[in-house]
Design a protein around this ligand. Structure first.
Ligand code: DQA
Length: 143
């Protein structure tokens, strides 16, 4: 069971970026937490971040055949990127959309996710634990 975790723009700034919204956990902390949990759950995991839409599209395309699930925090591209949505739809990989913050409780422009209709589901609002919950979903599905 192999899972790709993809992180979009500005998530490399976690820890110092708007801690009142995103907390003080860094992306490296999240990666470490996930690696530990993935090992416990018997899941192989790769973890990446990019600030570039095209790079995220490339990674989604390359994931086909190499991973069974995609865990995606597309960050701001969630609300704007038809290209990322189309890539998810094209590769037909079960994708779990995640967000640290509850996007539905924030500014109106964050309420709409262009990728939600092509994802299995959305986990948002649980801070860094949104990532761990996504891993647990994968583990449950593979039982
Ligand atoms: C985010 C929510 C997005 O609206 C925002 O643009 C982000 C982070 C989150 O994890 O809460 O960069 O995806």
């Amino acid at each position: 069971m192999r899972v790709l975790v993809l992180n979009g723009p500005n998530l490399n700034l976690l820890g110092t970026r708007k801690p009142e919204i995103y907390g003080t956990t860094t992306l490296a902390d999240i990666e470490q937490m996930m690696r530990q949990r993935a090992e416990e759950l018997g899941i192989e995991m790769d973890f990446m971040q990019s600030n570039y839409e095209g790079e995220l599209v490339e990674q989604i395309q390359k994931a086909k055949g190499r991973y069974q699930y995609l865990i995606l925090n597309a960050a701001a591209y969630t609300h704007t990127s038809i290209a990322i949505r189309d890539a998810i739809e094209a590769v037909e990989l079960p994708t779990i959309e995640i967000h640290l913050s509850n996007i539905h409780a924030r500014e109106e422009f964050r309420h709409n996710s262009l990728i939600a209709p092509v994802c299995v589901g959305q986990i948002c609002g649980f801070g860094a634990k949104s990532y761990l919950l996504a891993l647990h979903y994968v583990a449950e599905m593979e039982k």
